[in-house]
Design a protein around this ligand. Structure first.
Ligand code: PEP
Length: 252
């Protein structure tokens, strides 16, 4: 993890009242200092971003969206655009989360468009990729991850990864309590980095690749100790300040 600044991002998904979120943010703020080595980000539901921006202003914790529209503005009922996220101080946005892919039909091409829309707005996309259980069991993990990556690479180029983060999230490990073993995760992380290195070694070496999938306080240290794991994208465990901070400290 040496040369890359670790990053721990919390994906709150569709959780939290204003009061619960304010309490969670107070807890997180207490445990993150400006001298922390790891960068810490929270990604709340859209409706809570204003509150988060207010609570985190001036703190070392950054915030981002969980999704964005491919359009900047216009007649797109129910959508939120990159410029809107930017206007609320977001610096990151999750793109292509497996829940968006499987529940809302986002395919690789659409995800690549969202990645481009994020970068066009000056937001750092956290591009999520990962295989399903069936794909892993049928030996397709590398092929799936390569396909998801190549669509973005072919559309936006390797240079775009200077301002992006990848999250490797095996779908079978998300919200299931089943974590990839550190060796399983490292194997795919190394594959991702090597694939990018074949286009540009410098970009590949500086890119942060997060692991996501039931990471929690008790398993974070082992996962984060792997050479190509540069942080975590955290779902369930990001909703409890203590648990989230334990992961942040492990990343430090
Ligand atoms: C996620 O949603 O990105 C995630 C990793 O969820 P969980 O940590 O709950 O598995």
């Amino acid at each position: 993890m040496g040369k890359r600044r670790p990053l721990v991002a919390g994906n709150w998904k569709m959780n939290g009242t204003r009061a619960e979120s304010a309490a969670l943010l107070d807890g997180i703020k207490k445990g993150v200092s400006a001298s922390s080595k790891a960068e810490v980000v929270v990604c709340p539901p859209f409706i809570l971003i204003a509150l988060v921006a207010e609570k985190l202003a001036g703190s070392p914790v950054a915030w981002g969206g969980q999704n964005l529209s491919v359009h900047k503005s216009g007649a797109y009922t129910g959508e939120i655009s990159g410029p809107m996220l930017k206007d609320y101080g977001c610096t990151y946005v999750i793109v292509g989360h497996s829940e968006r892919r499987t529940l809302y039909g986002e395919n690789d091409v659409f995800v690549a468009e969202k990645y481009g829309a994020a970068q066009a707005t000056g937001l750092m996309p956290i591009l999520c990729i990962g295989e399903s259980l069936h794909e892993r069991e049928s030996g397709q993990t590398e092929a799936v991850v390569a396909r998801q990556l190549d669509v973005v690479l072919d559309k936006h180029g390797i240079g775009s990864f200077k301002t992006a983060v990848i999250a490797y999230e095996p779908v079978w490990a998300i919200g299931t309590g089943k974590t990839a073993t550190p060796a399983q995760a490292q194997e795919v992380h190394r594959f991702i980095r090597q694939r990018l290195a074949s286009r540009d070694k410098t970009v590949s070496e500086s890119l942060r690749i997060l692991y996501g999938g039931s990471m929690k306080g008790s398993n974070a240290r082992e996962l984060l100790a792997q050479a190509d794991i540069d942080g975590g994208l955290i779902g369930g465990a990001s909703l409890q300040a203590d648990e989230f901070l334990t992961i942040c400290r492990a990343a430090d």
